[in-house]
Design a protein around this ligand. Structure first.
Ligand code: FES
Length: 332
């Protein structure tokens, strides 16, 4: 049995020891495979396996592996999707708005241009606070990006960052952004049905994907399934209202709280409301690991393409946003 194998990645070839982790072999040979956690968690090293045998590092997407987990047992041919270079930029909190009692929206303005793909995530280090991962997203009111982007952050009890939003972290606070990371991003130029499933502030990457996809093709068939635990946390009504006006967009909203006031929001959890999937669907999920795993298994069963990255407006416009959100929830 050969003790070394040849790996071909585009125009590069490199040699790995039999049984060696693919990413380790690439790094040792000076070949760049994007990566971050090196623990099978972030999805950054997802690699397409075109030919050959590996063990471990399987993903929910057919024909792909996590290079940081896959061990090589034959010559391989692999491909890596082009992604923006990871960068580190300084930025400022330019707007901070409470969307609900437990969800805050921050508008972040980088000091130089910063590129990410819709659905990716970054590391944010607010000056004086520990680093956290969030997904940059589009404005809930549908306004076009202007060099800034938004974060939707849930205040978690005793959270060292989230409990300080609006307290020690206010408008004008400085921060560093590092990224982007992850493979759960929108692939442009396709017209397959998109099924987008979000729980809580998992809506941030899902809205980023939906907004970009519908700007590219307003007639694309898109199903957005979104759920919250408490109705008081339902902050995404304005965005759903905008999307629902397009001809081929279906919105399914759930809350784990029985109520009869908002006709558009049914009792339940998003996983229960995912439509019957087709092999041609492209499915994204973001939220609790249990929900994401469930949706991923459903997608895998029918052979649909599945993406998920495992990680955890101006004040003057807030009233308009709230009004539109409540109107949408009442009327559907
Ligand atoms: S680097 Fe492989 S999953 Fe994070």
């Amino acid at each position: 049995m050969a003790t070394t194998h040849t790996v071909t990645l585009g125009a590069d070839t490199f040699t790995v020891q039999s049984g060696q982790v693919l990413l380790d072999g690439a790094i040792a040979s000076g070949v760049d495979i994007p990566h971050d956690c090196r623990a099978g968690r972030c999805g950054s090293c997802m690699t397409e396996l075109k030919a050959g045998i590996t063990l471990g590092g399987e993903t929910r997407q057919r024909g792909t592996i996590y290079a940081c987990q896959a061990r090589v047992f034959s010559d391989l041919k692999i491909e890596v999707e082009p992604m923006p270079q990871v960068d580190s930029v300084r930025a400022t909190v330019s707007v901070l708005v409470d969307l609900t009692p437990d969800v805050v929206e921050l508008t972040i303005t980088p000091k130089k241009s910063f590129t990410y793909l819709p659905g990716q995530y970054c590391r944010f280090t607010f000056n004086g606070f520990p680093t956290r991962c969030f997904s940059p997203t589009a404005a809930l009111d549908g306004s076009a990006a202007s060099g800034s982007f938004h974060l939707q952050i849930k205040r978690v009890r005793q959270g060292r960052v989230s409990t300080n939003l609006g307290e020690k972290i206010k408008t004008g606070h400085g921060l560093t952004i590092e990224g982007p990371f992850g493979h759960g991003f929108l692939r442009p130029g396709l017209d397959n049905r998109l099924v987008l499933v979000a729980g809580g502030t998992g809506f941030a990457p899902i809205w980023s994907v939906a907004d970009a996809a519908l700007r590219e093709n307003p007639r694309r068939e898109v199903v957005i399934v979104v759920g919250v635990r408490k109705l008081s946390s339902f902050y995404m009504g304005a965005a759903l209202d905008i999307a629902s006006r397009l001809p081929n967009v279906q919105i399914i909203a759930t809350a784990e709280e029985r109520q009869c006031e908002f006709h558009s929001v049914s009792f339940g959890i998003p996983a229960d409301q995912v439509p019957e999937l087709l092999a041609t669907d492209i499915v994204y999920a973001a939220g609790s690991p249990v929900m994401v795993d469930f949706v991923g298994e459903r997608a895998q069963l029918v052979g649909a393409t599945f993406y998920s990255d495992p990680f955890e407006s101006a004040a003057a416009g807030a009233e308009d946003w709230l009004t539109r959100a409540i109107t949408w929830m009442r009327t559907g």
